[in-house]
Design a protein around this ligand. Structure first.
Ligand code: HPA
Length: 272
């Protein structure tokens, strides 16, 4: 057994010991969404990441490290507050251990949320972007070196973000009056922010928003048979023009909380 399959099996067993029923869907809550509650869903079980053997510790600020399993009687959703990033020093497989565990407890859908800088000049901090596709600019891949335990060696990524689900999210955003866009997310290693030259390069690649998460989780989800919906909280202007302002974590967290309100409306509409 590889380290990944071992860690995933151990963490899966720890969840199933506490909550044996299959879980339908999971949401990875990024910055600004860690307190998400869903209308009509009641909490069934709270599990701290630190009690899941096999799962790395989540060290990033504002990432709580707890799974709240909620149900509305029809559908069960794992709300996962906290994720693992490459910039914490974790490997691609450590970053995606949680995603693989979620696939093993039955999840058919992974909803990934994140905070991202705006490369597209039409976007404003506090807006939401529905991810239609991504560019993996991290240089890492969780499938590297795996056997076929979780899926095939060359996972198809041609529809990495389920188009039907993205359309539902778009309709929900419009119905709820949420300032929302659709676009391409580019994932970078971090933790230093991009230089202005790098941001202009990413715009020329066709990317609309940049962040330090999501792409590896999306690969793991597609690899292990989960469909993906991705939502970005636009937190700062990252155009890399001459008037580019310095980025601050305070600005990012403040705007993540604003966009989080919009994401909450979208999620409540599509998960009710
Ligand atoms: N760059 C990378 N990651 C981010 C940004 C950014 O501008 N904003 C929020 N996360």
């Amino acid at each position: 057994m590889s380290l990944l399959t071992d860690s995933v099996a151990t963490a899966t067993r720890s969840i199933q010991d506490k909550y044996p029923t299959p879980i339908d869907c999971a949401i990875i809550l990024g910055s600004g969404l860690s307190d998400l509650s869903l209308d009509g869903y009641q909490s069934q079980c709270l599990i701290e990441y630190k009690d899941l053997n096999g799962l790395p510790i989540a060290t990033a600020p504002s990432h709580k490290g707890v799974i709240n399993i909620v149900s509305n009687g029809n559908k069960t959703i794992a709300l996962c507050a906290g994720r693992h990033h490459l910039y914490e020093g974790y490997s691609a497989q450590q970053v995606t251990t949680l995603s693989y565990v979620l696939s093993q407890v039955g999840c058919k859908e992974l909803i990934i949320t994140n905070a991202a800088g705006a490369l597209n000049p039409k976007f404003l901090p506090g807006d939401v972007m529905i991810i239609t596709d991504h560019i993996n600019h991290t240089g890492h891949n969780p499938v590297l070196g795996q056997d076929d335990t979780f899926g095939v060696m060359f996972p198809d990524m041609s529809k990495a973000y389920a188009p039907d689900r993205a359309k539902q999210a778009w309709d929900a955003a419009n119905a709820q009056g949420v300032r929302c866009h659709q676009g391409i997310y580019i994932g970078v290693l971090g933790p230093s922010l991009e230089t202005s030259a790098e941001r202009r390069m990413m715009r020329s690649f066709g990317a609309d928003a940049v962040g330090m998460s999501t792409v590896l989780e999306c690969i793991a989800a597609n690899h292990s048979g989960m469909q993906v919906l991705g939502l970005s909280a636009i937190t700062n202007l990252a155009l890399g023009n001459e008037d580019q302002q310095p980025d601050t974590i305070e600005e990012v967290l403040e705007n993540a909380a604003i966009a989080g309100q919009g994401m909450k409306k979208i999620l409540n509409e599509i998960l009710s």
